[in-house]
Design a protein around this ligand. Structure first.
Ligand SMILES: NC(=O)c1ccc[n+]([C@@H]2O[C@H](COP(=O)([O-])OP(=O)(O)OC[C@H]3O[C@@H](n4cnc5c(N)ncnc54)[C@H](O)[C@@H]3O)[C@@H](O)[C@H]2O)c1
Length: 396
C-alpha cells in the first residue's frame, strides 16, 4: 500500500468559489491527503492563471479533460488518487464519467447530476469500472449524525412513526441572482441547476439526513415546489409529504426564503419509545426525549454506554471515530474531513487490490446520489399533478 499522501485533483474552485474551500481544508486535514492538481475554471486561460496564483503550489490544467487525460502518463508519485468535483450541478456528470472511465476515484458534490438518466448512467459506470465514488452530503460527517443513526437503527426509540427533516435558509429571499451573485445565478437557472432549485440544492440534504439516520426509504410522496420570488424559474420553497418504507410518515422540506435563517438543517425523529432532535447549527450534541423523563443531551465524545438509555454494547468503532476531545467544538470543516478520511480509507483499499465498500455507511455513495435525483424528479412530477401522491422509482 502506498504510504505517500493521496493526490487529489480539483474540478472547479477558481474565482471566489464557495465549496472548494471546505473541501481543500478537509483534504489537508490529516496530512494523509493533499491537493496536487486542479482545473479551476471553464476558460483554460483563466484556469491556468488561477492555478498559478493559488495559495499553495499545484499543477494547473486548462480543463478537467486535460487533467484526466494527463494522469495516465504521470509517474506514480504524481498520479491522482481521486478527483473532487466542486462545479455547479450541470458540470458533475461529464467530469465524473470521464474520471471513472480513466480509472480515477471520484468524490462529487451533491446533487449528483441533472436528471435520472445521468444518475442511472453514473450508477452503472461505478458498478462497471469498480471505482470508489462518494457524494458530498456533508452533514453525514458529523459525529452526532453517526450517533443518531446508531440510536435509531438499534431500535432505542422504538419503531419510527414520524420524521421531520427540514433545511431552512434565507439568502434567496430576494432576487439576488439579478445582481450577478455567482452562487445565486447558477442555482436559479434550470439549465445549470437542474429541475429543482431549492429542492436539489438543500432538499437533497434533508432527504439524505433522514435516510442515513433512520435507514428508511421514501416510497411515495406528495410534492409542492413553489417559487415565492417573482420571476424565478425554479422553486425557492420545497415541501414533500412522504410515506416511508416502514409505514411511517415524514415531511422532507427546505426553503431559501426564510429571512434570517442560515443553514438551519434540523432532523426530528419520533419513535414509539422516544424522540430525537439534531440540528446542524449546533452539531456537537443531540437531544433525546423520553416520556416522563428529563431530556437527555448527548455531547460528542462524552457518551457513557450502559447509562440507562444506551446499552452497554455501543460499538467501540463509533465511540472511537478519530476526533478531538469533547468541548473543543467540531463543525462544518470537521464533518467534511470525516467524509474525506473515510473515502481515503476506501481509495487506499481499492489501490491495494483489497475489497472496499462504498456502502453508504460512512459517506453517501452513488446510489444515494441517484436516490436524491429520483426524489427531486418525483417531487416535480407530483407538483405538476397538484400534489398528487407519486411513487418513487424502483432503485436500480
Ligand atoms: N455539500 C454541501 O454542503 C454543499 C454546499 C455548497 C455547494 N455544494 C455544491 O457544490 C457545487 C458547487 O457549488 P458552489 O456554491 O461552490 O459554486 P460556486 O459557483 O461557488 O463554484 C463553482 C466553481 O466551478 C467552476 N466551474 C464551472 N464550470 C467549470 C468547468 N467546466 N471547469 C472547471 N471549473 C468550472 C467555477 O468557475 C467555480 O470556480 C454545487 O453542485 C453545489 O450544489 C454543496
Amino acid at each position: 500500500m502506498s504510504k505517500r499522501p493521496l493526490n487529489v485533483g480539483l474540478v472547479g474552485g477558481g474565482k471566489g468559489a464557495f465549496i472548494v474551500q471546505p473541501h481543500q481544508k478537509a483534504i489537508f486535514f490529516d496530512g494523509t491527503r493533499r491537493v496536487t492538481a486542479a482545473a479551476l475554471f471553464p476558460e483554460p486561460k483563466v484556469a491556468l492563471e488561477e492555478a498559478a496564483n493559488w495559495p499553495y503550489p499545484l499543477k494547473g490544467y486548462g480543463s478537467y479533460d486535460d487533467m484526466i487525460a494527463a494522469n495516465a502518463s504521470l509517474p506514480e508519485e504524481q498520479k491522482l488518487d481521486y478527483v473532487v468535483i466542486v462545479t455547479p450541478n450541470h458540470v458533475h456528470y461529464d467530469p465524473a464519467m470521464k474520471a471513472l472511465k480513466a480509472g480515477i476515484a471520484v468524490f462529487c458534490e451533491k446533487p449528483l447530476c441533472m436528471n435520472l438518466k445521468e444518475a442511472t448512467d453514473l450508477v452503472k459506470a461505478v458498478r462497471k469500472y469498480e471505482v470508489p465514488f462518494g457524494v458530498a452530503h456533508t452533514y453525514l460527517g458529523h459525529w452526532t449524525t453517526r450517533f443518531s443513526r446508531y440510536i435509531v437503527q438499534a431500535g432505542l426509540l422504538g419503531e419510527v412513526r414520524w420524521v421531520d427533516s427540514c433545511y431552512l435558509q434565507g439568502w434567496l429571499a430576494t432576487k439576488l441572482e439579478a445582481t450577478g451573485q455567482m452562487q445565486a445565478a447558477w442555482r436559479t437557472d434550470p439549465k445549470l441547476a437542474g429541475g429543482s432549485g431549492c429542492g436539489g440544492d438543500i432538499g437533497t440534504h434533508a432527504l439524505m439526513q433522514l435516510r442515513y439516520v433512520t435507514g428508511l426509504e421514501v416510497v411515495e410522496l406528495s410534492g409542492h415546489l413553489e417559487a415565492f420570488v417573482e420571476g424565478r424559474p425554479l422553486d425557492d420553497h420545497f415541501t414533500t409529504y412522504c410515506k416511508l418504507s416502514n409505514g411511517g410518515k415524514a415531511l422532507v422540506r427546505a426553503s431559501q426564503i426564510c429571512i434570517g435563517r442560515k443553514n438551519d438543517l434540523e432532523l426530528n425523529v419520533a419513535g414509539t419509545k422516544g424522540s430525537l432532535r439534531w440540528r446542524q447549527e449546533e452539531p456537537e450534541s443531540i437531544t433525546i426525549h423520553l416520556a416522563n423523563q428529563p431530556d437527555r443531551v448527548y455531547w460528542r465524545g462524552a457518551v457513557a454506554a450502559g447509562d440507562g438509555f444506551l446499552p452497554k454494547e455501543v460499538p467501540a468503532a463509533l465511540l472511537a471515530e478519530p476526533t478531538i476531545p469533547a468541548g473543543h467544538p467540531e463543525g462544518f470543516h470537521d464533518a467534511y474531513a470525516r467524509l474525506h478520511r473515510c473515502f481515503e480509507a476506501d481509495v487506499r483499499k481499492w489501490e491495494a487490490g483489497e475489497p472496499f465498500k462504498c456502502d453508504g455507511a460512512k459517506y453517501a455513495n452513488v446510489e444515494d446520489g441517484w436516490t436524491g435525483i429520483a426524489f427531486i424528479e418525483t417531487a416535480l412530477r407530483s407538483t405538476k399533478s397538484k400534489g398528487a401522491w407519486k411513487p418513487m422509482p424502483k432503485p436500480i
